[in-house]
Ligand binder design. Structure first.
Ligand code: PGA
Length: 248
């Protein structure tokens, strides 16, 4: 049995004061949560996350990482820097990074490799746009996104990674993929990896992300290939986030 992982993606939200309250509320509501739990916070709040969460069941991480190790890259943050804050996870290739900040499959593959080199667990986001889904190329798109990783780091790298399937049309839109739609893509991803390495595929955590709420989490997480979720909007509300964690 794979464990389930529920990770919050706070995106560009939060403040020292708000985070203090949110992290405190999450920590005090974990008693009946069986899943693994993490929060991915904005860079400036990593120190706060570490201070607040060290020694707890909640892991923390970042939402982006530079593909470069060091140097003249103004505004970038390296994987080694994330390690200084004892991050466990880092999201790479979120669709907002791909579409709003021009990250290509090749750049995402470099970021994934940089994260792993530093010992971080990348949460690799993949997923199609609405246009791509309607054109019937969902599997081709997800395949292409995975192939960039496989070519750069090999299938064995997925033994130390998490994949998040996030259909772009479901992110922040309130329009969740149905459990059947999500399961179909998750099964496709696992089968693709299984063809290369059955053992890696069996243990690979594939999260679903895109408008997950307390009200729809249980039926999504009940699907055989959905191993938890990457939660945006709903992770900013402790009650809602905890209810999603309990559903996993
Ligand atoms: P959402 O975001 O839950 O707000 O749809 C998910 C994500 O972008 O990771």
């Amino acid at each position: 049995m794979r464990r389930k992982l529920v990770a919050g993606n706070w995106k560009m939200h939060g403040s020292l004061a708000d985070n203090e309250a949110l992290l405190g509320a999450i920590l005090s509501g974990l008693h009946d949560v069986k899943a693994d739990v993490a929060v991915c916070v904005p860079f400036p709040y990593l120190a706060q996350a570490k201070a607040r969460l060290a020694g707890s069941r909640v892991a923390w991480g970042a939402q982006n990482v530079s593909q470069y190790a060091r140097g003249a890259y103004t505004g970038e943050v390296s994987a080694a820097m994330l390690n200084d804050f004892e991050c466990r996870y880092v999201i790479v290739g979120h669709s907002e990074r791909r579409t709003l900040f021009g990250e290509t499959d090749a750049v995402v593959a470099e970021k994934y490799a940089a994260a792993q080199t530093a010992g971080l667990i990348p949460i690799l986001c993949v997923g199609e746009t609405l246009e791509e889904r309607e054109a019937g190329v969902t599997e081709a798109v997800v395949s292409r996104q995975l192939d960039a990783i496989l070519a750069r780091s090999g299938v064995i790298s997925l033994a130390n990674a998490v994949i998040a399937y996030e259909p772009v049309w479901a992110i922040g839109t309130g329009r969740t993929a149905t459990p059947e739609q999500a399961q179909a893509v998750h099964a496709f991803i696992r089968a693709k990896i299984r063809a290369l390495d059955a053992e890696v595929a069996e243990h690979l955590i594939i999260q679903y992300g895109g408008s997950v709420k307390a009200a729809n989490a249980a039926e999504l997480f009940a699907q055989p290939d959905i191993d938890g979720g990457l939660i945006g909007g709903a992770s900013l509300n402790a009650e809602e986030f905890l209810a999603i964690c309990r559903a996993a």
